[in-house]
Design a protein around this ligand. Sequence first.
Ligand SMILES: Cc1ncc(COP(=O)(O)O)c(C=O)c1O
Length: 383
Amino acid sequence: MVELAVPDLELLQRRRSEKWSGYEPGVIAATVAEMDFELAEPIARVLHEAIDRSDLGYAYEVPKSLQDAFTGFAARRLDWQVDPGLLTLVPDVMIGLIELCRVLAPGGSVGFATAAYPPFLQQLRPAGFTIVEVPLREDGTFDLDRLAAQLRAGLQVLILASPHNPTGRVLPRSELEQIADLCAEHGAWVLADEIHAPLVLPGAKHVPWLEVSPAARPCGISLTSASKAFNLAGLKAALIVTASGRAQDVVRRLPFTAEQVGLLGVVAAEAAFSDGDAWLDAVIDQLDANRTLLGELLAKQLPDISWTPPEATYLAWLDCGRLGLGDQPHVALLEKGKVALGAGRDYDPGSSGFVRLNFGTSAGLVREMVTRMASVARGPGAA
Ligand SMILES: Cc1ncc(COP(=O)(O)O)c(C=O)c1O
């Protein structure tokens, strides 16, 4: 049994990563998708060993050890049979998505469900694409009718965050099958961003895109990484996975070589996928417990917040519209409560009353965040 450790706030604030940078002392950061847990021991070990070897040069191809580690992980944890010959290294998922779009639909149209991971909204347009938003339905499900209409209007590529960020929803097989049928029928590609798949919490099951149906495989490309589940985002090593010759032809046209990937990222991903199960199980238990705790605390202290607990990830998408904190609740919560949360409008201009809270941390910090948020919502002078 792995004991998960979370450093105290003072130590967390010494971290140099994006999540903990840029705030004054005492602020609890719950923004960027990084977790606060100390690194898994098998990963820390191989990283120390690489440094001891002064082994910080370029990465070289997809090593067989990484192929074995990932295919084993995919089979064991995701019921996903991956052909090791159809794995390609890319620096990160976002760059992989953008460059795949450039090959598939140069200057064309790229769609995704909104609310969305902010770089979809921020980076695809400057990269030359017309972005097509497919707003989620009120209940968080994918709007298949809107997707069908956009496909009829010429949508070329759908980026499908599965599980979804920021809602943390796990898309059921039936919904994925319908998306696959629609996209295949209209000759559109699906780029399945499955970076959060290893973080599915008890009660849900992720269906990898390339296992969805015979229709999904030839029109789909999956992108994944150890970065979210094992907290390695700064090490820059992600994987593209295909399951058809047609998709592999697309990947061959990407302008990458393995040299552009971080060697430490490759080394860490290998250790994560081959020896990280016990740590990941402990993380999932902790996230499941934090999800329950957050629900209890919100019900008691902030009943005006509405949310649907996520089925995956450590991200909670909270509707704060009824808190009386104006249309940018994250501003008051940071300024008065010293809790930094994701601003809803970054995920969807129409969702400015929302915040995204990252509960990938200790139960103590989850409690403290809700206490602080509740004191802001109760107004000045509240205890
Ligand atoms: C849905 C989704 N896709 C992609 C990314 C970014 O991945 P990468 O750092 O590999 O570009 C994130 C990061 O949080 C994410 O949530």
